[in-house]
Structures are given as C-alpha cells and as structure tokens.
Design a protein around this ligand. Structure first.
Ligand code: NDP
Ligand code: OXD
Length: 321
C-alpha cells in the first residue's frame, strides 16, 4: 500500500523559509513518501495524509478530508487557531531543543543588554563620552517570565544560572526549580510587583491578547538599581498594546523595550518603533525554525504515529495552545 502524501504549505518570505528548501528536506527525511508543495492544482486532496504548514490562510486545509495530522512548522499555533474550517485531526506544534536554545539565547542577550546598560553605553560611544555608570550585579534584578512552558522554563533556568532572581507566571500552578511561581489572573499582580525586567513568552490566545498593556506596566517594580522597568516580548505581536508601549516609554513608565514581534509584520516603514531611542527591535527571528531539525522532528513523529505510538506536543484546541 502506498504511503500517504505530505502536503507542505509555507507562507513566509524569510530567508530560511524557502518552500523549496522545506520540500527538499522533507524529501530527504521521508524518502518513501510523496511530498508536494501547496498549492498544487494536479494534486488529488484525498491522497494527502499529513500537512506540514506555516501560517496557512483560513480554509487552506479544508479540502483535505483524509488528513491524519497537521504539523505546525513552529511553536505558536495562533495562525491556525483562527481557522474555523481546520480539519479535526491532531495538531502538533514544534517543541525541540534547537528552537528552545535559540530562544534562550535571545532572552539572555536582551536581559543582559538592559541589565548591562548597553543602550546608554552605545550612545556614549557614539558621543565619544567616557562616563561610566555604576553597574549593579545580576542578583539585584528580578526577571519575570510570563509563560513557563517549553521556552519560558528554559529561559528562566539560564537567567537563574547567571545570578538573576527569577519569578514566573503561567495559567496553571507550576513548580520550576529556583523560580518563584505565580499563576492565573489572581497571581498576576504579585508577579508584576516583583518584576524589574518582564520577559513575555506566552502564546497568543483570546485570554492573552494585549496582556502587555499600560495597567500591567504600571505595576512593575521600579525600586531596583535599574529604576524604570523594561519589557522584552518574543511571544507574538498580538500580546502587546502598541500605543500603550509607546506612551509608557515616552512618560518613563517603562525604561526600554526589546520587541521581536509586532501586531503587523513586517513592521510598516512608518512605524515609530523603528526609530524609538528606547526600543531594541528584531524582525521576528528570536528563535528561527530550522528546516533541518524540524523536518526530522516531523518525520520521526509520523513514523512513531504509524507504528501505533502517540504524537507529541499536540495542541489543546480548547486552550488555544
Ligand atoms: P508552551 O505552550 O510550552 O508554553 C506556554 C506557556 O504560557 C505555559 O506556561 C502556559 O501556562 C502559559 N500560558 C498560556 N496561556 C496563559 C494565560 N492565559 N495566562 C497565563 N499563562 C498562560 O509554549 P512555548 O513556550 O513553546 O512557546 C510560547 C510562545 O512563544 C509560542 O506560542 C509563540 O507564540 C512564541 N514563539 C516565538 C518565537 C519567535 O521567534 N519570536 C519562536 C517560537 C515561539 P501553563 O503552563 O499553565 O499551560
Ligand atoms: C514560532 C515562531 O512560533 O517562529 O515558532 O514564531
């Protein structure tokens, strides 16, 4: 019996996201299967058993009636959750060491950048100004990690190893070694009041949309040697209220912001974020998905599934992540 086709649908213009590269990689790791790139007018949808996708448009997968599983080619599934016609089969997201390590690097880099006053120091260099400022120790700063899942827990661990105090916030009650954990809406205020640098690694769901807003910023702790608190968002742009961030940076409620994600991506040329002196901006590449690693991950899961095993990292559609 012939093995079902894998259909790939990749909506991205990022350099490492070429659909042809994904197709070549899947061809290598699934040599006994047909791999097609969508859209393909010659394809009989009934032959497709697996879809591997990034940001499909609502309705793009509705015709595939014999699908057995959908693999999202990244960690965040918000683009799929809005598709009311998404076939009712297991939806698997990415949770692999490669992606986690990349995100940990981003978080550590940006926490250290603010902790070590890099914005001030680069300004000083440009102005030929030799005016060192007192540099406090890591243990004087509490980093608050919103989202203690695969990515948040790994970042919390790395920050703790550097000497930062770490607190965390999740939906359900959690225990993470060395991290003071808060959960749910009841735990949010206490979490914020302890936090000097707020790192957001939440998924975008109806519950988390615009969670990074002015009320939240106003509750962050200002009593550390750093003074005004800082936010770092590498989750999704929809988690942040962008006018609130700009207003809070301008009136000193926030000292600075590192933003990897935006409500509209690519960020429009006219956006004030591009030139804001207190913003460190990256183009949604905090943790790039690597086609080599992820194609192997999907191939392994398909083999495991067809041998009667369970799929890993299946999204709970009720929770939305
Ligand atoms: P996980 O699903 O492993 O973890 C999500 C965490 O968020 C969990 O701790 C969960 O709580 C918590 N959470 C969810 N909803 C709420 C809520 N309403 N209130 C409080 N906490 C909540 O996800 P990952 O760690 O793998 O990824 C997180 C996100 O990072 C992705 O969804 C994606 O959007 C983003 N991302 C961004 C990348 C980039 O390059 N910028 C790259 C990869 C991912 P609980 O533990 O109780 O379930
Ligand atoms: C992801 C991402 O969710 O790259 O994996 O944003």
């Amino acid at each position: 019996m012939s093995k079902g086709t894998i259909a790939l649908l990749v909506n991205s213009n990022a350099q490492n996201w070429s659909p042809e590269r994904w197709k070549a990689r899947f061809g290598e790791v699934c040599p006994d299967r047909r791999v097609v790139l969508l859209p393909d007018p010659a394809l009989d949808p009934a032959e497709v058993h697996y879809a591997a996708v990034w940001k499909p448009k609502p309705g793009d997968l509705a015709a595939f009636k014999n699908l057995r599983a959908i693999f999202n080619l990244g960690a965040g599934v918000d683009a799929l959750m809005v598709d009311r016609s998404l076939p009712d089969v297991p939806l698997v997201r990415v949770a692999v060491g490669d992606l986690t390590d990349r995100m940990t690097e981003y978080v550590v880099l940006h926490v250290l950048m603010h902790h070590r006053q890099e914005l001030y120091l680069r300004d000083s260099q440009r102005a030929r100004r030799w005016e060192p400022k007192y540099q406090w120790v890591a243990s004087a700063i509490t980093v608050g990690v919103m989202g203690l899942g695969t990515l948040g827990a790994a970042s919390a661990d790395a920050l703790r190893a550097l000497g930062f105090r770490v607190v965390g916030w999740s939906r359900s009650e959690k225990q993470v070694e060395g991290v003071t954990c808060f959960h749910g809406s009841d735990g949010l205020d206490a979490f914020l009041r302890a936090t000097n640098i707020l790192v957001c690694l939440l998924p975008l769901t109806p519950d988390t949309r615009h969670v990074l807003n002015r009320d939240v910023f106003a509750k962050l702790d200002r009593s550390s040697p750093m003074g005004a608190p800082v936010i770092i968002n590498a989750g999704r742009g929809g988690l942040q209220n962008e006018p609130d961030i700009l207003r809070s940076l301008d009136d000193g409620t926030l000292g600075a912001a590192s933003l990897d994600v935006f409500e509209t991506e690519p960020l429009p040329e006219a956006s004030p974020f591009w030139t804001h002196p207190k913003v460190v901006l990256t183009p949604h590449n905090a943790a790039d998905t690597d086609a080599d690693e992820i194609s192997k991950y999907v191939a392994r899961q398909i083999a495991q599934f067809e041998a009667g095993g369970a799929l890993e990292n299946v999204v709970d559609r009720g929770r939305g992540y």
